[in-house]
Design a protein around this ligand. Structure first.
Ligand code: ADP
Length: 630
């Protein structure tokens, strides 16, 4: 017995390496890597997205809050400005003179003082209760008495005369500066209107307030009146064009006082802007602060970019980390798998090399220990088998040697006995009585049988010991048949059997052990004659597919189905009483089978009890490489 240990370059080891899943990384590596990547990058992406979402919301809310604050500041300033003027005007009507003397020429002094303390007022006019201009002081023109006119139908007069403050819509002087008219009643005592003070107020100051508002890089503020007319805008030309902005969504919302924040809207120029507003309730005006979305979003975009870059860097690191992790775990597992597969396939000298210092290494050590133990027990098993085989061989040799010696020892005296018996029968020692002759002939027959047995045993022992070798040489199958025919013809004649020989003409020259083949055919034909009382024994030879087909058939007792296999075994005879009576050793067919098989041929029998038998063998015409006897 021979156990082959697989080395690295055995075909088996190749097969192990070629198993699926062992190529470049393997499924486990991929799966571990993908899971780690999904987990890490999933976390990063989610946090990034959440962060961006809230930053967007915060920045939209922040933009609104900031701009609204600016708008409120501006609105407050503008309101303050207008209110201050109104207050100063009222104060100038509450002089002791007015209370005691009413509206006199002396009031002119109050007008000049008003102009002095309030730079925004360019002209101040006093009307009597009938709407006629009494006094007029102006920064820009000299007023002659004849210039004074009737303004009883002026809305400013009408409203102030009734006791209320009047703020006029905005108007433009010299096509450049916005003005408004403020009218207050002159009341020495509550409810007693003795005249009206009208002031022309230059609103350049509002423009200054508006222009000073800086919203980011390109943001701006503007003021609209109750009617949607543009009152103040950093771009004065727009104001001069008397733009009405009522069609802008944000202006409508501002005038309606809708709560913010507002989504981005197109502005006057059609650009998308973020609007915010504050109202000045006394005047019915609204201050709007607008900032282009592109600019407003800039910090948001920058933040998105920053987050994306961070995310990318994070992803890269995550990829790297998960790759490292999966390699750390999966590579040793793969080494383990391959090692276990090799050991399992019989490479018991294989050792798994995993040095991770963890459970995987422990597992590898266990595998190695197991392999070592297996290897050890295999080695001792092999040794035992070898020892037994040797013992058996020696015993066999002894046996066959013994048999050979025995046969020789038996044959020599037996040959002697046979020789003397023949001499006696032949009358060499003088006339022998018929009775003695008969006995002598029986002795001769038994002796011959004994010799046959001895020869058969010798053959078999040689075959068993592997010492029977074929001497291959060219032979004529026809010659073999002829030899056998000649030998058995007298026997057949004695039993009055017909002996038929049928040989295919032009048989090819065979190659084999002629003597042994003759022995085989002799045995078959001999048996056929032996076990046939009446009829025919026929020998047939043909060639098919490079093989001789030889059949020996008889019309004898036949062999039961159950015995047909047995007759080819050693010392086995068919289970019938008639067989036993014929004598024989039960070795002939066993030897014949071995000889045919050594010639790479095959032998078999077809028979029915009581209906004769046909023994047949197939024999390659030319045997070049004989088979070992088994
Ligand atoms: P033996 O020396 O006993 O003939 P063989 O091995 O030649 O030994 O044959 C074994 C047995 O096979 C025989 O004893 C016989 O029972 C049976 N046998 C062989 N040839 C025939 C045959 N032609 N007809 C019937 N029986 C046969």
């Amino acid at each position: 017995m021979n156990i082959a240990f697989l080395s690295e370059d055995t075909p088996h080891a190749e097969a192990i390496r070629a198993t699926p899943g062992s190529r470049g990384g393997g499924r486990l590596l991929r799966r571990t890597f993908i899971i780690a990547l999904v987990l890490v990058s999933g976390g990063l992406l989610t946090s990034g997205a959440v962060e961006l979402f809230f930053r967007y919301r915060e920045s939209v809310a922040g933009i609104w809050a900031l701009q609204r604050e600016m708008a409120q500041g501006a609105a407050f300033k503008i309101q303050q400005f207008v209110q201050d003027i109104e207050k100063t005007m009222r104060a100038s009507t509450q002089t002791p003179d007015i209370v005691t003397a009413g509206l006199t020429e002396a009031y002119r002094f109050q007008l000049s003082k008003l102009l002095k303390v309030t730079p925004a007022i360019t002209t101040a006019t006093v009307l009597d209760p009938n709407g006629r201009e009494l006094l007029k002081e102006s920064r820009v023109e000299m007023t002659q008495p004849e210039d004074l006119g009737d303004r009883s139908s002026d809305e400013a007069f009408v409203q102030a005369r009734s006791g209320a403050v009047f703020f006029s819509p905005v108007y433009f002087v010299r096509q450049s500066e916005p003005y408004m008219r403020i009218a207050v009643p002159i009341e020495p005592f509550a409810g007693e209107v003795i005249g009206v003070l009208i002031a022309e107020v230059n609103l350049k100051y509002i423009w200054e307030v508006i222009s000073q508002i800086k919203v980011g890089q390109t943001g701006y503020a503007y003021v609209v009146s109750r009617e949607g007319d543009l009152i103040a805008h950093p771009d004065i030309s727009l104001v001069l064009q008397k733009q009405n902005l009522k069609n802008l969504v944000q202006v409508q919302a501002a005038l309606a006082g809708a709560p913010g924040p507002f989504a981005a809207q197109p502005n006057l120029a059609g650009r998308q802007v973020f609007p915010a507003y504050a109202t000045i309730p006394e005047l019915g005006w609204a201050v709007l602060v607008e900032r282009p979305t592109a600019e407003a979003y800039a910090p948001l975009y920058a933040s998105i970019l920053r987050t994306s870059v961070l995310l990318l860097v994070g992803l890269g690191m995550a990829t790297l980390a998960s790759l490292l992790i999966s390699r750390r775990v999966v590579s040793p597992v793969e080494v383990l798998r391959q090692g276990a597969a090799q050991i399992g396939a019989g490479a018991l000298d294989h050792r798994i090399n995993v040095q991770t210092g963890d459970e995987l290494e422990a597992l590898a050590t266990e595998f190695n220990r197991m392999a070592a133990q297996l290897q050890e027990s295999y080695a001792s098993l092999e040794q035992k088998v070898e020892e037994r085989t040797q013992e058996l061989e020696i015993a066999n040799k002894h046996k066959s040697q013994f048999l050979a010696n025995m046969s020789h020892e038996l044959r020599t005296p037996l040959n002697g006995i046979q020789g003397y018996t023949e001499l006696i029968v032949d009358g060499i020692y003088g006339e022998v009585p018929e009775k003695i002759k008969e006995i002598m002939e029986r002795i001769q027959l038994s002796g011959n049988r004994l010799l046959g047995l001895i020869n058969a045993v010798l053959d078999l022992s040689k075959i068993e010991a592997g010492r029977l070798t074929l001497s291959l040489a060219d032979y004529s199958m026809q010659g073999v048949v002829q030899t056998v025919y000649t030998a058995v013809e007298p026997l057949a004649a004695e039993k009055q059997l017909v002996l038929n020989v049928n040989i295919q003409p032009d048989l090819p020259v065979g190659k084999g052990d002629e003597q042994r083949l003759t022995q085989v055919l002799m045995n078959l034909v001999g048996n056929a004659i032996k076990f046939t009382e009446v009829g025919t024994v026929a020998v047939q030879v043909a060639v098919t597919n490079g093989a001789f087909m030889v059949a020996v058939s008889d019309t004898g007792i036949g062999i039961a189905e159950a015995d047909q296999q047995k007759v080819f075994e050693e010392f086995q005879q068919a289970d019938s009483s008639s067989t036993r009576k014929k004598g024989g050793t039960g070795l002939g067919l066993a030897i014949a089978k071995k000889i045919i098989e050594m010639h790479n041929g095959r032998i078999w029998v077809e028979s029915h009890l009581g209906q004769g038998s046909t023994f047949q063998f197939m024999l390659p015409v030319r045997v070049e490489q004989p088979r070992e006897a088994t």
